[in-house]
Design a protein around this ligand. Structure first.
Ligand code: PMM
Length: 269
């Protein structure tokens, strides 16, 4: 059964929920709600990775995420830390997080993989070709799914070499990172190339631009509400579940929970 990660961005500038969960008590309420709706993990982030985002001082990042992680750990709610910084990952694990979610697959901070190995935490390795400022400069692929799988395999090998056990590794094709909308769809169509790596697979499409493109094609100039993006995300979640992914990372946990339940009923699960 595909699991759900609930997104909690404690940032003022994330592309869809920026500014909403900067106040720790509001963030914690949001996390509790997502947990009660069926999220396995609350993915806490303190630095936006949206296209064009500028880097945040790691001390500010830690001030944003640590109070939330501590409170959720006390409440028995499992978390992951969405960070590019090894020091933030270490502080989060000391505060109770068990999974480090690094969208750069360990490339942004050369100390990340060794740090996670020392911490004994799990790691989600994302497919990444460069910082958000200019990631579209790297969006060239002949066969997107195959190349993404090959580059992820190299990150898995680097993680193993740093001392992270294979069972601790999750891979993520990095939807929206250095990929055009069409390349993202190509990767999703080829998810079997990613599941063939033999690790748990995490996929994040929630509210991303590829969905906006598909919705615009369907309805022309209708306004693109959050509700429509969440409904579209529920559909991609069900399709990703069908492709055998281990978990999907979403903003609207209840919509995806329902979509997965219906897809499961179709499959007789
Ligand atoms: N996408 C974003 C941030 N973190 N983590 C993983 N593992 N996979 C993703 O696709 C991913 C991520 C950017 O989206 P957001 O601003 O909605 O968090």
């Amino acid at each position: 059964m595909t699991g759900i990660w609930g997104i909690l961005n404690t940032t003022p500038d994330s592309f869809s929920d920026g500014g909403r969960y900067v106040d720790p008590s509001v963030a914690i309420d949001r996390a509790r709600l997502m947990h009660s709706q069926g999220a396995l993990i609350i993915d806490v982030g303190g630095e936006s990775t949206r296209p064009g985002a500028v880097r945040v001082d790691p001390r500010i990042e830690r001030e944003r995420v640590l109070p939330v992680i501590e409170a959720l750990t006390d409440a028995g709610i499992p978390t992951s830390i969405d960070t590019l910084n090894a020091d933030t990952a270490a502080a989060a694990v000391r505060a109770g997080t068990r999974i480090v979610n690094d969208v750069s697959g360990g490339l942004a901070d050369e100390r990340m993989l060794a740090t996670v190995a020392d911490l004994g935490a799990d790691i989600a390795l994302g497919h990444w070709r460069g910082p958000s400022e200019d990631m579209y400069a790297h969006a060239t692929y002949a066969r997107a799914a195959r190349e993404v799988a090959g580059e992820l395999r190299a990150r898995v090998e680097a993680a193993n070499a740093a001392g992270i056990a294979p069972a601790r590794i999750i891979v993520d094709p990095g939807i929206g990172f250095a990929k055009t909308a069409e390349q993202n769809w190509e990767v999703l169509r080829g998810l079997d190339e990613i599941t063939a790596l033999g690790h748990r697979v995490l996929v994040g499409t929630s509210r991303k631009r590829l969905l906006a493109d598909a919705l615009h094609r369907a309805s022309g100039p209708d306004p693109l509400s959050e509700r429509r993006r969440d409904l579209a995300t529920a559909v991609t979640s069900a399709l990703a579940a069908r492709a055998g992914v281990w978990a999907v990372r979403v903003h609207d946990v209840a919509a995806t929970r329902d979509a997965l339940a219906v897809a499961g009923a179709w499959d007789g699960a």
